[in-house]
Design a protein around this ligand. Sequence first.
Ligand code: NAD
Length: 265
Amino acid sequence: MDLGIKGKWALVCGASKGLGLGCAQALAADGANLVINARGADALEAAATQLRAIPGAGTVLAVACDITSDQGRAAVFGVQGGPGTDFDIVVTNAGGPPPGDFRDWEREAWIKALDANMLTPIWLIKATVDGMAQRGFGRIVNITSGAVKAPIDILGLSNGARTGLTGFVAGVARSSIAGSGVTINNLLPGAFDTDRLRTTAKGQSEKTGKPIEELLEARAKTIPAKRFGTAAEFGAICAFLCSQHAGYITGQNVLADGGMFPGTM
Ligand code: NAD
């Protein structure tokens, strides 16, 4: 299917690996021009090289910076050869907050989580959405988490910050921009096979003494699909939400979790 995004400018955050890279790959395969971002310059450059080699890929510009900082966002919007703030597609993403016990989190931990997983996406939406509306097309996809629908106790920072973003998006997606061809949706990963998943398993392995692979295998068995998702699958869903065909889907929370969430809706 032609997604109708050839030549559109897409910003994909947290795109040196994992789910962000999966989204960037799928958008590149459909001919979108990309500005990709992540903190580590080497991994980001390697990702950019890989993306440029995808048949049909457009321009790929890489900006190594922390997207949660003012300087980082200024660098992304100021990159030479990029579209400024005139992006047609924005995929917001940053690392998730650490797990822990809520009794141990002071204000600083909360502010960091809110900055990364709530305020940065809101800032990116604010910077781009009116231009999208003026041009009559825009797609914003926020990578959040299945924990928004089914909170996980040790991920309280993530549950709180991402749910705040979800409430904000529910309102703004249905505001006047909805009549100007702009959609905003959240894409909620369940368990996907990325470094993040393996880092969590490593922590459990250190606590329990069980090998990482054994822990991952046991976890995969609890998922109705009996496996973890792949970044490519995630990217394909994201690219569809960014496509010309998805113009009537807005304000939604799209869960990709292999059937893990047990509810009817
Ligand atoms: P990952 O660790 O594999 O990749 C994260 C990417 O984001 C990397 O490119 C990293 O450099 C970049 N990044 C992190 N912080 C950044 C920052 N401040 N500025 C710029 N770039 C930054 O993680 P992932 O598995 O791809 O997860 C992406 C998001 O989805 C995270 O927020 C994670 O918590 C969430 N999530 C993942 C899963 C899963 O199973 N993988 C499940 C639920 C939620």
